[in-house]
Design a protein around this ligand. Structure first.
Ligand SMILES: CC(C)(COP(=O)(O)OP(=O)(O)OC[C@H]1O[C@@H](n2cnc3c(N)ncnc32)[C@H](O)[C@@H]1OP(=O)(O)O)[C@@H](O)C(=O)NCCC(=O)NCCS
Length: 198
C-alpha cells in the first residue's frame, strides 16, 4: 500500500534514509539531525511525500518538492537554531563538515537549473528493490505535479550510485547537468511529469 506521508512520519523516514544510504553525507549527521530535517521538509507546503507501507511500517519513501529554493530558504531562515547545536560537535570533530553543510544549504544553486520541482529522496528497504515500487512512488509524484501544472522535475544522484542512475534513466530521465558536492560528482536528471516513459 502507498500512502501520503506527513511530518508525523519524519522519524521513520529519517531511519529509512540512514539505513538505505549509510555512506552518504546527510545520514552521517545522525538520526536526530535527519529527523528534524524531515520534520521541516514535510511541514513545507510545497512538499509531497509518499510511503510504501509494509506491515504497518514505512518500507520505502519518496520525498519531492515543487519549489526547492523556497523550501531550503524557509528551513535555513526558520529553523537554523534547531540544527546548530546538533552540528557543532560534528564540526569540531571534523571541520570539513562545515563546508558540506554550507553546500547542502545552498545546494539548489549549485546545479544551475531552471526547473523548480525536485525529487529530493527516494529509498526502499533493500529486499523491496527491483520490484517496481520505486517506479510506482515516482508515478504518484508525477500525478501530483501534473495536477498542479508542473511539467517536469529534476533529481540528483551521485555518479557512483549506479542503480539510482539506471533507475532515473529507465524513467526517461535526461542528463542535464553535473556538479560537485561533498567532493563527489553528481548527475542531474530532468524528468517529465507525464506518466510512462518519456
Ligand atoms: C533507486 C531505487 C529507489 C530504485 O527503486 P526500485 O523499486 O528498486 O526500482 P524499480 O523496481 O521501480 O525499477 C525500475 C527500473 O529502474 C531500473 N533499475 C532499478 N534498479 C536497478 C538496478 N539495481 N540495476 C539496474 N537497473 C535498475 C530498471 O530499468 C528497472 O526496470 P526493470 O526492473 O523492469 O528492469 C532503489 O534501488 C533504492 O532504494 N536504492 C537505495 C537508495 C538510493 O540509492 N536512492 C536514490 C538516491 S539518489
Amino acid at each position: 500500500m502507498i500512502r501520503r506521508l506527513t511530518s508525523t512520519d519524519a522519524s521513520e523516514i529519517a531511519s529509512l534514509h540512514i539505513r538505505s544510504l549509510p555512506r552518504d553525507f546527510l545520514p552521517s549527521l545522525g538520526y536526530k539531525f535527519n529527523r528534524i530535517l524531515y520534520e521541516n521538509i514535510l511541514q513545507h507546503t510545497s512538499t509531497q511525500a509518499y510511503g510504501y507501507i509494509q506491515r504497518g511500517r514505512i518500507a520505502g519513501c519518496l520525498v519531492g518538492v515543487s519549489d526547492t529554493n523556497s523550501l531550503f530558504k524557509k528551513i535555513i531562515l526558520g529553523s537554523w537554531y534547531k540544527f546548530i547545536p546538533l552540528l557543532i560537535e560534528k564540526i569540531l570533530r571534523k571541520p570539513a563538515v562545515a563546508i558540506h553543510i554550507f553546500e547542502t544549504a545552498f545546494y539548489s544553486k549549485s546545479s544551475y537549473h531552471q526547473t523548480k520541482a525536485e525529487l529530493l529522496i527516494i529509498c526502499l528497504n533493500s529486499p523491496l528493490r527491483r520490484k517496481g515500487i520505486g517506479r510506482k512512488l515516482v508515478s504518484y509524484f508525477k500525478i501530483h505535479l501534473k495536477q498542479h501544472g508542473i511539467k517536469s522535475f529534476i533529481v540528483s544522484a551521485y555518479t557512483h550510485n549506479i542503480p539510482a542512475n539506471k533507475f532515473y534513466v529507465s524513467l526517461g530521465g535526461k542528463l542535464i547537468n553535473t556538479f560537485i558536492m561533498y567532493n563527489k560528482l553528481w548527475n542531474v536528471y530532468e524528468l517529465t511529469a507525464n506518466n510512462g516513459k518519456k
